[in-house]
Design a protein around this ligand. Structure first.
Ligand SMILES: *[C@@H]1O[C@H](CO)[C@@H](O)[C@H](O)[C@H]1NC(C)=O
Ligand SMILES: *[C@@H]1O[C@H](CO)[C@@H](O)[C@H](O)[C@H]1NC(C)=O
Ligand SMILES: *[C@@H]1O[C@H](CO)[C@@H](O)[C@H](O)[C@H]1NC(C)=O
Ligand SMILES: CC(=O)N[C@H]1CO[C@H](CO)[C@@H](O)[C@@H]1O
Length: 666
């Protein structure tokens, strides 16, 4: 490995926008304020009976260091947000039954109090299944070992554990007076998550489970409404909400008397290793938000507003370590132009006409094929606000509206103050574009001391976990490591060798994990990997064998556990099938040859964002001062022939002890 010398420390150059952002704002909110009521009708949520608009951004506390939280919240507030949404991460908080962790990045209460101190509201999505591109959808590994458990079904063992955790979190929030009803700022809580996606998969009474989940949530008496997302209906007073890209066009609300809330509006697309950049333009997001608001929506949550980092092993299968770097605020905590500014302008415009918007009488006018006006009026106060939209793709046009002509670009919405003057159009972006650039930090790259650790390639004889067939991987590693060694030994007789002609025998391995490195008689024999899209992969490579005993060692690795799907509990990893083909005597099936297993633990020995360029380092995990900073995999290139993510660890300004754990180019 010659890579150490090529490892480059670089400093990201912050946009000018950021100046002064690091300094935390003073708390403006009186924390001892008495409770407020949060209610709703079919039009909106109401705080103490007053209608409000909610511009919310998702920021997940375990995806950034607590030192960054004040700066992120300040940027969010300056971007026109008044609400922050976060999930609660069960497997981060309860890695072992009844052993809790709310320290550092997991300090949920600290994060929520900080939101309150900025005078912003909070939405807490307790789940406790959350998906979220988070390892195992945040369900702790130990749940899998509970006999007869079926996740997210009308299943007693699951319901018992879910209820225990939900009530534990609710109690914790109540003890700190976090709910609006207690004077805190949590205005909504979410139970379950996108259940609509898997309901069809369940044979075990999905409807009954959902009904139970709603009732269980309501029984906690938090004094603020509960929501369920990505469902068109929800039990009782629970509010169903939309997740998607274009909720203004796709959302069908089946429950009358409940408001239109949009809990996930994707600001880009999260990425997996091997994926090219996923962009969603500022114009397209603004367009969707306005179409949703024009139809009476009153809450939008940008998913993600700031994505952050999947530290350590927290990312779900193949998910990139940098999370939603393409959102309005990038992984480094820098506002991304023009997305950030264009949305800020949108929020400010809508807010300044919020009275007409929230209290006005709504009307609708069809202005032509694909053209419409949605108006909000309070005639006695001469207040009028109109949203004129052109939903046609690739066709700009002019419409007549109340005696005037308006030019509206394709797929755009104009806001008309007084139903007359255009004050915003989603396609007219006034914010300048900016680019992120890096420069080498020579000072930080010099005088580093590098050490190398090497792993001994194990042989069957040295292992103590043995089985006739290779064992399932997750069951062995129990989510403590990405790696598991599989070893077996076999004897070849003179009959088997020499091989016919000059053809070398081929080692063929089928894996349901994500990558593997193969060694034959202690020598590197090749590697292979799958992709996020295709489950499992086959590795086949010609190998060198010898007369007598041969040793095979396969280092199988997982890039995180899946985070979704009805079959999550049946998730399997590891070697499924192993043969040696092309021997004189035919194919040697090693599947029931007797396998030894060895766990490989990821244990390390050891405010301008600084980043690590890992381009030359292939694949592994980065540790900084003993803490896992996330997976890297720069040798997995995209169709565009680059690594999905080349630079990592965009936080500390002084990283001197860096150890990375390369395991070869897979
Ligand atoms: C905060 O609210 C409490 C209770 O309503 C009140 O006694 C106190 O004076 C307030 N403090 C500030 C700084 O407004
Ligand atoms: C708006 O355009 C999109 C994309 O063509 C289409 O799917 C949607 O149905 C249209 N909405 C309306 C209300 O026409
Ligand atoms: C996991 O492994 C243990 C012991 O190796 C075994 O008893 C159990 O059946 C396995 N469970 C699964 C789901 O494979
Ligand atoms: C509900 C919905 O619109 N889901 C979409 C979210 O975005 C992804 C990626 O663009 C789509 O695959 C989903 O269908």
């Amino acid at each position: 490995m010659t890579a150490a010398a090529a490892l480059v420390l670089a400093v990201a150059v912050a946009a000018a926008l950021l100046a002064g952002a690091a300094e935390a704002s003073r708390p403006k909110w009186n924390l001892t304020k008495k409770g407020t009521t949060v209610t709703y009708d079919k039009y909106s949520l109401m705080i103490d009976g007053r209608r409000e608009l909610f511009f919310s951004g998702a920021i997940h506390y375990p995806r950034s260091p607590p030192q960054m939280w004040p700066r992120l919240l300040k940027i969010a507030k300056e971007g026109g947000l008044n609400t922050i949404e976060t999930y609660v991460f069960w497997n981060a908080h309860e890695p072992e039954p009844a052993q809790f962790n709310f320290e550092g990045r997991n300090d949920m209460i600290k994060f929520l109090k900080l939101i309150q101190s900025f005078g912003m509201y909070a939405i807490v999505r307790i789940g406790p299944f959350i998906q979220g591109e988070w390892n195992h959808g945040a369900l702790p590994y130990w749940l899998r070992e509970i006999p007869h458990i079926i996740f997210r079904a009308n299943n007693e063992p699951y319901k018992r554990e879910m209820e225990k955790f939900v009530k534990f979190i609710v109690q914790m929030l109540k003890d700190e007076n976090m709910f609006a009803s207690q004077g805190g700022h949590v205005i909504l809580a979410q139970i379950e998550n996108e259940y609509g996606n898997i309901k069809k998969d369940h044979i075990t009474e999905g409807d009954k489970y959902l009904e139970w989940a709603g009732e269980m949530a309501l029984s906690t008496n938090i004094g603020v409404p509960w929501i369920m997302c990505k469902q068109s209906t929800a039990p009782g007073v629970v509010i169903p909400t939309c997740n998607g890209r274009h909720c203004g066009d796709t959302w069908v609300m089946k429950d009358e008397n409940k408001p239109h809330l949009w809990t996930e509006n994707w600001t880009a697309q999260f990425r997996a290793f091997g994926n090219d950049l996923a962009q969603r333009s500022a114009e397209d997001i603004a367009y969707s938000v306005l179409r949703f608001f024009a139809k009476g929506g009153t809450l939008v949550n940008y998913y993600m507003y700031y994505g952050g980092t999947n530290f350590g092993r927290t990312g779900a299968s193949y998910v990139l370590t940098g999370y939603y770097d393409e959102g309005p605020v990038d992984e480094y905590g820098m506002p991304k132009a023009p997305k950030y500014g264009h949305l800020r302008d949108l929020h400010n415009v809508i807010k300044s006409y919020s009275r007409a918007f929230l209290e006005g009488k709504q009307s609708f006018e069809l202005l032509g094929q694909g053209y419409e006006a949605r108006n909000f009026e309070i005639p006695e106060e001469k207040l009028c606000l109109a949203f004129i939209s052109n939903n046609n793709t690739g066709e700009d046009g002019t419409v007549n509206f109340r005696g005037d002509k308006y030019y509206i670009p394709s797929r755009s919405v104009s806001i008309l103050a007084d139903c007359k003057h255009v004050v915003y159009n989603t396609k007219r972006v006034f914010v300048q574009h900016s680019e992120r650039s890096f420069h080498k930090a020579d000072k930080a790259t010099k005088n580093n001391v590098w050490e190398m650790f090497s792993e001994v390639i194990p042989r069957y004889k040295q292992t103590n976990i043995r089985n006739k067939e290779p064992l399932e991987q997750y069951n062995q590693t129990k989510d403590q490591s990405d790696y598991l060694w599989y070893t077996t030994s076999f004897r070849l007789e003179a009959d088997d060798l020499p091989i016919r002609g000059d053809i070398r025998p081929v080692l063929a391995v089928k894996s349901s994990s994500h990558a593997l490195v193969a060694f034959v008689n202690d020598a590197f024999a090749g590697n292979g990997h799958g992709t996020k899209k295709e489950k499992g992969f086959t590795f086949d490579r010609p190998i060198n064998l010898r007369l007598g005993v041969n040793h095979l060692a396969l280092l199988s690795s997982s890039m995180g556990m899946k985070d979704s799907g009805g079959e999550l509990v049946e998730l399997k990893g590891g070697i499924q099938d192993c043969t040696i083909q092309g021997l004189n005597t035919g194919t040697l099936d090693l599947q029931v040859n007797g396998w030894g297993h060895k766990r490989y633990f990821d244990e390390p020995d050891g405010d301008d964002p600084v980043v690590l360029d890992m381009t030359s380092m292939c694949k592994g995990m980065i540790f900084v001062n003993g803490e896992g900073m996330g997976r890297y995999w720069t040798s997995f290139i995209t169709p565009g022939k680059v690594a999905s993510q080349a630079v990592y660890v965009p936080y500390s300004t002084a990283i001197f002890e860096i150890q990375e754990q390369p395991i070869g180019c897979i």
